[in-house]
Design a protein around this ligand. Sequence first.
Ligand code: 26Q
Length: 811
Amino acid sequence: MNLTANQFKKDFGQMFENLYAFDIKNSTPIQQYTALGNYLRILYSDDWNKTNKKYLGDQVKQVYYFSIEFLPGRMLKSNLLNLGILDTVRVGLNDMGLDFDNIVKSEADPALGNGGLGRLASCFMDSIASLGLPGNGNGIRYRYGLFQQKFVNGYQVELPDNWLRNGNVWEVRKENKSVIVRFGGQVGLVKGANGNLRPTYFNTQNILAVPYDTGMVGYQNDVVNNLRLWSAEIPPEEEIHYHTIAEREQVNKITEVLYPDDSNYEGQILRLRQEYFFTSAGIQSIVHYYKQTDLTWQNFPNKIAIHINDTHPSLAIPELMRVLLDEEDLSWEQAWEITKKTMSYTNHTVLQEAMEKWPIDMLKDLLPRVYQVIEEINRRHIDKKLPLYGSDLTYRTAIIADGYVKMAHLAIIGSHSVNGVAKLHTEILMHDVLNDFYQMYPAKFNNKTNGITQRRWLHLANEELTSLIDDKIGIDWKTNPAELKLFKAYITDQATLKKLGEIKLKNKEKFAAYVKNEMSIDINPEALFDVQIKRLHAYKRQLLNVLHIIDRYVQIKEDPSLSIQPRVFIFGAKAAPSYAYAKQIIKLINALAKLVNNDKDVGDKLKVVFVENYGVSLAELIIPAAEVSEQISLAGKEASGTSNMKLMLNGALTIATLDGANVEIRDFVGEENLFLFGLNDQEVQTFNENGSYHPREIYAANPRLEKVLNTLIDGTIPDIETEGRAIFDSLVYHNDEYFLLKDFDSYIESQEEIDQLYKNKTKWNQKSLINIASSGPFSADFTIQRYAEEIWKIDSQLVHLHHKTFLTEPI
Ligand code: 26Q
């Protein structure tokens, strides 16, 4: 976009006065932010409109990414960057005497997701637009996002996240595109226009789904795609039926708040309502759009791809069937062919407790017609597969069984593609968790290793590192991340290595200032910064990290003159409010932090910082300051992980188990440039199959570990009587489900290697540089290119992309 600083100042100043009717000199940062956001939205509105018109006019195939979570982060800077006016606007605002960083911080960070899955959806939206691909997001406009986390006496307390308090400059309410979503009632048969009987709903509760659209601005390519989030309202014509406040609230409740669980399934009816609400609204809106063309129904899958992000939107399958059968009069066979060709599904977990299944009666009462369709899908599936695979295998794949509707089964049977999110994860799906389906449909299964957008996670989050890379290898890595590998040429360039170290130190100082300001903790920027940032879950093993910290503490207390590499252990994590064990671990970390941070014997040798309210914005501050990336989940449990990629991209060295995408990271960066430890997934499986793991024996035989564990119950760490005992018992007496004791020794050993390496700054910076230079393959641009080519069959609409495939680095 062409814009000079002078033009900007003039237009923006005018815009501000039009909006607020007073001089910008007297304004607050929030007002400045609001005006700037409005200014930008208007600036790209023409491209937004044109992009939309082009897709419709050229009848190009489009993908719709259905996700119950999107976690976009603040959008001001990324829109400025993608519009190509970040520097211009920064200069302009500075000339006007305004504080750009303060304006940026005034934006609420929309936490409309729990963690990895939601953030992935947003990285994908950035890549889809930046590649010029015709793609749309479909989700929920939660009135309240993921809870705000506070620590009170070391315990997690959850507060509502009122992210819309000051409005939302990026969204456009499109009341004219509203649709009705129906719940409950009964199904009857009514004669249709062609004389056939068609199923019809009676006595339903009708909810108005109102879309709010947000532009997804592509990276300097004039493309603006659409993210559509739905909000539930009372239909105006039905106001008369809502007599009490309680009745009205029932409607608002549907899109009131994001469920804060990310790995533990609970069969709550409101959650099911949310799932059907945004799925049905999305399907109806796509069908309306499609009917503007004069294409036949058979052409539907040639023009529309619908992607189901985990099973949460899997009702899209019976819902599309319902619309095609009941409203468009297609035959079952026609509708089923179209549906299967349209739908694709990504699995994000192997944890049994996270697999969605709904009690039959709940689904049947809430969605009677959808349930009939699911029954028929199931009946035909069983009929067809029984003679081919026999009854054991076939019935294990039933959608309806044991009183439940199994959503993963529905998603697999109703899609043409099923993918995992990292090589190992996909292997485990094929050969273990979903093996029954893999036997039936081998061709549906494929891997799409996750990726991250280098624009937000390097360019915006780490501008200093970006300038260094730009200086050395040019700027093409921003559109072709494979070029990051050119940075390897500087592996022996002392000046570059030194600069790398200086940039890291600066980022550490910035984070240290935040910690001082917010938490009144002094951390030494010269210490090693060790980072674990992700949702709190037993399988992710934050507790193993804690055992290592306690081990250091014990050593220092035994010999206060001990010479040891000073480290700051940094945690960021929210726990699901109902996840008691995770909350006990939070309390433990906070209690340990209080103990070590105030112990005179310890001093700078050991600090523990648990930041409150971890989310996208804090990640942008922490990741550039990180030197060690903790990716220590029990092998076989983490589907992919994506913080591993962001940390590597910013020069952190990884300590990892061979889990999730750590496997590919190892492949690309080389075994000598990261620190591997612990059991592999096969070994874990063998222990589990044989029941041959006995943590009590390890406890009894390993005095070093015994000392560490005893601190949980002997009063060394104050104020954790209950939590310390529960955690100790889970490890020593309740069989340590995640093999912490087993992996302890090899983890400690790797951590010692890290300390040794850190002493040699040149070698450390060399490995850091190799990590940065090896992270190109983990760009979401590559991931999305593979989804586009292999699953969605959609093409870039950018002219120059027709001529060359610019992404060259396959995983
Ligand atoms: C389900 C039912 C009811 C309530 C909540 C949920 C629910 C919500 C969110 C279940 C799961 C999630 C989120 C899962 C998630 O974030 N998974 C992560 O996905 C990342 C992207 O693929 C991976 O990198 C991580 O490994 C995986 O844990």
